[in-house]
Design a protein around this ligand. Structure first.
Ligand SMILES: [Zn+2]
Length: 109
């Protein structure tokens, strides 16, 4: 699997990969076609690209995305989204404090 995320999310990605592989073991038909295109960080969230679409795998990915949205992308500590004009990134308070330009993202509904 191609992984472009920071190290903080590596456990989440490893667990996601294991879940998917276990599921594929039970579904050889799908396993033959299955292909991970990439896993990456985009706008502070985890993105997983694969083929073909599968509802169960979507659920596994949805769980991993929720975990990633609460995990520092750099060190794996509990985190939240920060942003400046250019980037949005999920960080813990101590990693965020190293990047002075970042402010905690404020979302209004
Ligand atoms: Zn951190």
């Amino acid at each position: 699997m191609f992984n472009e995320c920071g190290n903080g999310w590596s456990d989440i990605i490893v667990r996601l990969n294991e879940r998917i592989m276990l599921y594929l073991e039970d579904h050889p038909e799908l396993k033959r076609q299955f292909n991970f295109n990439s896993v990456k960080e985009k706008y502070g969230g985890l993105r997983v690209y694969y083929y073909p679409y599968n509802e169960i795998i979507e659920n596994f990915i949805a769980m991993a995305k929720v975990e990633a949205s609460m995990t520092c992308e750099l060190c794996g500590a509990p985190g939240q989204m920060y942003s400046d004009n250019r980037i949005t990134i999920t960080l813990c308070p101590s990693c965020a404090s190293l990047k002075k330009s970042l402010k905690q993202a404020v979302y209004t509904c």
